[in-house]
Ligand binder design. Structure first.
Ligand code: ATP
Ligand code: MG
Length: 576
């Protein structure tokens, strides 16, 4: 490709509306341009990386026996009503009507459409296992689209759906996809972890997220320093503390805590640490039900754990009016003792081991001191409710401690069980001619998000450092002085020879100063670069620069070509 004939509109200044580095660099490198919030044009360079990643995904899906197809973006409301998600999916689902007043949505995911196809076409156990995938445009009307392709509203996803005769066959299909995902992200040279995850609005029994590690990641994840346990903090289990039994229970007292509304204020006022206090939170289901959650003062409530333990579809903080009528107290002085209205009280497991604690007295400016579980109150249930923290004991092994990371979720695999097949009545006849419900799994990869995450993980002050397998070009050839016929002839010869070897080359033939060319080449992150200048050429040499290490080798032309061939071949090799 000739740079002069191509279209790479690079930008010097950092765009002010881009918060994370990958978004800044994708704009600056001329890979993407915004059309509307969360909706982007993929410019030629951006599209090349996207396509590169798509082919890796396609190869690995095919290798894992998934079968490619393509479903429409527009989906009829009826299917979503059948699965129950027309109600449940909320505002992320972009809904509209056609000219006949028929209701439709833009597909945010395709469980309904594929299950509808399968219930019509798959009738016998002989047709399974089967796994269909597509690489297709999704639309989700995200509340806060941001970070460029990382959280768009319109974005490209690879989604796959497996269909099996029973749960253990479905586990095998899941395993195959899990392994394919490992290969995909390894082939891209990314530093990632597969972690246990919550199933969210997709549902199902269990799931793993594939997380690219990056400080800017929106997700907090933990991994054990001794065993293989790793989980999203949304899901990570807290190991219960050992009970302390030797401390004497002191008499309960009520004490004034004027204007002390936060845990930190109360603890400081009473001369205690926060772990001697209990925090009380009241939540509502959105449809009139309430629950009180209590946790150790220094712990953080995990709303997803609370929501899952209640089996609610939605969870939100209770309003001040509701809190007042349930407890008789303004926020800041709440507790589980002496409530005005009956409300379920759920305590975090860590509360079980606390003795002589401080709790709000359900009275303005008052707290209770030396409250003891069992003696003074009994919660309705103990549940693991808190977010785990760095240094917590691993929930799986005896010796490990949890380490914390930030991650970008690039892929998600789910065991769905029969959630969608049951709702849409997707059944088959088994070997005895009996009708059975199909078991499903679903598997997503964010294509644009992965390319953005790769940049988030691989860049320096000069720009992107693409991992070679998803770089828009493997190599660039920079002619230093385009007026010099010898330089141009040598550069062109190298360019053509490399292309013949199947290497993707961007030939920087622009009539620009070397400084401009180097800056652009660094910014767009092509992994390998050959620089042809008159000085080196006088000795028959060119410069080979490796973007990642900054290493520069002075080599005879043929040796440079051979070196590039080898570097590209080794970066693209994937072991069986
Ligand atoms: P998130 O929690 O980040 O919103 P999700 O759990 O909603 O993600 P899934 O429904 O599992 O995502 O979708 C599969 C994959 O699609 C995700 O792992 C992610 O890589 C990608 N993805 C999801 N939402 C977006 C988005 N708004 N923009 C770009 N990619 C996305
Ligand atoms: Mg989402």
């Amino acid at each position: 490709m000739l740079y002069s004939r191509y279209f790479i509109p690079t930008v010097k200044e950092t765009p002010s509306d881009a918060e994370v580095i990958s978004h800044q660099l994708m704009l600056r490198a001329g890979m993407i341009r915004k059309l509307a919030a969360g909706i982007y044009n993929y410019l030629p360079l951006g599209l090349r990386s996207i396509r590169k990643f798509e082919s890796i995904v396609r190869e690995e899906m095919n290798r894992a026996d998934a079968i490619e197809m393509l479903m429409p973006s527009v989906q009829p409301a009826e299917l979503w009503q059948e699965s129950g998600r027309w109600q449940f999916y909320g505002k992320e689902l972009l809904r509209f009507k056609d000219r006949k007043d028929g209701e439709f949505c833009m597909g945010p995911t395709h469980e309904e459409v594929i299950t509808d196809m399968v219930r019509r076409e798959i009738k016998s156990y002989r047709q399974m296992p089967v796994n269909f995938y597509q690489i297709q445009t999704k639309f989700r009307d995200e509340i806060r689209p941001r970070f460029g392709l990382m959280r768009g509203r319109e974005f490209i996803m690879k989604d796959a759906y497996s269909f099996d005769v029973d749960s253990s066959a479905a586990d095998q299909s899941y395993e195959k996809m899990y392994n394919a995902y490992q290969r995909i992200f390894e082939r891209c040279g990314l530093n990632f972890r597969a972690v246990e995850a919550d199933t969210g609005s997709i549902g199902g029994s269990s799931s793993h997220e594939f997380m690219v590690l990056a400080d800017s990641g929106e997700d907090a994840i933990v991994s054990c320093d001794a065993c293989r346990y790793a989980a999203n903090v949304e899901k990570a289990e807290a190991r219960p503390f050992q009970a302390v039994t030797s401390t004497e229970q002191l008499p309960l007292q009520k004490t004034a805590t004027p204007d002390m509304k936060t845990i930190a204020d109360v603890a400081a006022f009473l001369g205690l640490t926060a772990d001697k206090t209990i925090k009380t939170l009241v939540y509502s289901s959105g449809s009139g039900e309430h629950v009180m959650a209590i946790l150790r003062g220094d712990h953080e409530l995990n709303e997803i754990k609370l929501k899952n333990s209640l089996g609610w579809d939605e969870i939100q903080m209770a309003t001040e009016e509701d809190i007042l009528s349930i407890t008789g107290s303004p926020v800041g002085f709440l507790g589980p003792l002496g409530l005005k209205e009956k409300v379920t009280v759920i305590a975090d497991l860590a509360v079980q081991t606390m003795i002589n604690v401080v709790i709000g007295a359900n009275e303005k400016d008052m707290h209770l001191v030396n409250v003891n579980l069992g003696r003074d109150f009994v919660p309705d249930r103990f549940v693991d409710l808190r977010n785990v923290e760095a240094g917590d004991a691993c929930p799986r092994c005896e010796s490990g401690k949890l380490e914390m990371w930030r991650g970008i979720e690039v892929g998600h695999v789910f065991k769905l069980g029969t959630k969608y097949s049951q709702a849409l009545n997707a059944t088959y006849l088994d070997a005895d001619g009996k009708e059975q419900v199909i078991f499903m799994g679903c598997y997503g990869i964010g294509i644009g998000r992965t390319v953005a995450a790769a940049i988030e993980q691989n860049h320096d002050e000069n720009g992107i450092i693409f991992p070679l397998p998803i770089a828009p070009f493997h190599c660039s050839v920079v002619a230093l002085n385009t007026k010099d016929k010898g330089v141009m002839a040598a550069a062109e010869e190298i360019y053509l020879k490399l292309e013949k070897l199947g290497i993707e080359v961007l030939f920087d033939d622009r009539d620009e100063r070397p400084g401009v060319k180097f800056k652009d080449n660094d910014l767009i992150g092509i992994p390998l670069r050959i620089v042809v200048g008159s000085k080196g050429l006088a000795d028959g040499n060119v410069e080979l620069k490796i973007r990642k290490t900054g290493e520069v080798l002075l080599l005879p032309i043929e040796a440079a070509i051979e070196q590039i061939r080898q570097l590209v071949a080794s970066a693209l090799t994937c072991e069986d």
